[in-house]
Design a protein around this ligand. Structure first.
Ligand SMILES: [Zn+2]
Length: 477
């Protein structure tokens, strides 16, 4: 395959910190950002004789994710010890699930329509966090993260490009946020991903040797790492070498992967059932209870917006990207009595302001009710489009009622026929060339007249009325 193009094969492992109140096996709070080593106890710091007790809430959240991914929930599941040495793991082993994961055999549909297989998702505990002093003289360890519940979601090697891998990550994150299993904040480490990359000749059904890459702190890094690693494999094979089973680290600055260790096989971890934790049986009743709490999922919501509100696939897709935005939209659409207008204002003006100012939805002081009031002012003819935009801009950071703002700023649309007719006459007198063109049937010439009227009226004239009056007066001139 040396001179031939290659196909990339990608599988992803996503580690998700579950949003439980307490840790996976003890009663310590599961909270980010506390003073180091203040959220610990004998269980999560691995003291001799301390006994773990599994967190029921973590099971429920894992089941929510499993059900949202169309996966099977195991009726019987257990925990195993995964043995390895690392300073941030005081017990010398991580409690994980080896051969009986809580959920398996799911799928996730991408926005392209392609379905990616979910092999399994298992519960485990997070490790602590070590950091190294700047002088290089020592290392520090914070054990607050020890024992935080994790769900490791393993995809099938179904993705064929870095773009598709990012599409998968976006779709997964959207789903996870909807089911409120995690806050999915990559900066705080509550969502982390490892990628498995291999290459093969296009059309081949045999997998190449895969390499795992860790240390990816954004979806963008994951995409770059996949492309860089695939290119490394291609160069190796082209030169007559072979790809080895390895775990590598991504260097985002240099844009290369570096060898971390030769890949362990699962026997290197000497997995065995944790004797301190009994096997868990999950009843049909419990699964059904969790199923009942599942909210509407993004894909279902999108279909409903298209069906009930007549939105385009694109508009619906934009609104369901964030559950908060979707809830905002529905409230605003209901109050305004116009879903399409609400979608337009949110998609264009509100998002525009949020992106430009790097602000959250809540920071704008434009509540769904206030945006709906603005939309109604536009619908009842009080405001034309340019004036409505001016009111919108004034509403940001100003809690005044939109109606009052119209009065304060003097932006009410002028619908007075006589007043507008007067300006239209003035406009026609000032634009003899446009008048001649109009008479000759050149409809485009009306633009100059309308523009003049809008300028004269400081943007307040009702444009529909202006057009109507031009046509009315023209034959009489
Ligand atoms: Zn603890």
């Amino acid at each position: 395959m040396s001179t031939l193009p290659y196909e990339i094969v990608v599988g992803l492992e996503v580690h998700l910190q579950l949003k439980t109140r307490t840790k996976m096996f003890c009663a310590c709070p599961n909270r980010y950002g506390a003073e180091p080593n203040t959220l610990t106890c004998p269980v999560c710091t691995g003291q001799p004789g301390a006994l773990p007790v599994a967190n029921r809430e973590a099971f429920s959240l894992a089941m929510r994710v499993g059900l949202a991914l169309n996966a099977t929930i195991a009726r019987s599941t257990k925990f195993d010890r995964k043995n390895y040495f690392y300073p941030d793991l005081p017990k010398g082993y991580q409690i994980s699930q080896f051969d009986q994961p809580i959920t398996a055999d799911g799928s996730l549909r991408l926005s392209s329509g392609k379905v990616i297989g979910i092999v399994r998702a298992h519960l485990e505990e997070d490790a602590g966090k070590s950091s190294h002093t700047e002088s290089g003289t020592g290392s520090l360890v914070d054990l607050n993260r020890c024992g935080v519940p994790l769900l490791e979601i393993v995809s099938a090697p179904d993705m064929r490009s870095s773009a598709e891998a990012i599409e998968y990550l976006d779709a997964l994150k959207l789903l996870l946020r909807h089911v409120e299993a995690s806050d999915c904040d990559m900066e705080k480490g509550s969502l982390r991903c490892d990628v498995n990359v291999s290459i093969r000749p296009p059309g081949s059904s045999v997998f190449g040797q895969r390499v795992e890459i860790k240390n990816l702190n954004s979806f963008r890094s994951a995409g770059r790492a996949i492309d860089a690693e695939a290119a490394r494999h291609h160069a190796l094979i082209t030169a007559g070498g072979a790809v080895e089973a390895e775990t590598r680290l991504w260097d985002d600055e240099k844009g290369v992967t570096r060898l971390m260790r030769k890949k362990e096989a699962s026997q290197d971890y000497r997995y065995f059932p944790d004797p301190d934790l009994p096997p868990h049986h999950i009843s049909e009743e419990w699964i059904n209870d969790v199923r009942k709490t599942l909210p509407e999922l993004p894909e279902q919501r999108m279909a409903r917006y298209q069906r009930d509100f007549g939105l385009s696939e694109y508009d619906a897709g934009v609104l369901v990207q964030d559950k908060k935005v979707a809830v905002y939209f529905e409230e605003c659409a209901g109050l305004a009595g116009d879903a399409k207008a609400a979608a337009n204002w949110i998609g264009a003006d509100l998002f525009g302001w949020m992106n430009e100012n790097k602000q959250d939805l809540d920071a704008s002081c434009i509540t769904p009710a206030r945006l709906a009031a603005l939309i109604r002012l536009q619908k009842d003819g009080t405001l034309n489009v340019p004036s409505a935009r001016k009111i919108f801009a004034a509403m940001i950071g100003n809690a005044q009622d939109p109606k009052d703002l119209v009065a304060t700023l003097g932006l009410g649309q002028v619908n007075d026929r006589d007043a507008i007719m007067e300006i239209v006459r003035k406009a026609l007198a000032a634009n003899p060339k446009a008048v001649a063109d109009l008479r000759a049937g050149k409809q485009k010439a009306a633009g100059a007249i309308v523009g003049f009227v809008m300028k004269e009226s400081q943007g307040r004239a009702n444009p529909a009325l202006v057009n109507e009056l031009i046509l009315e007066i023209l034959p009489t001139l």
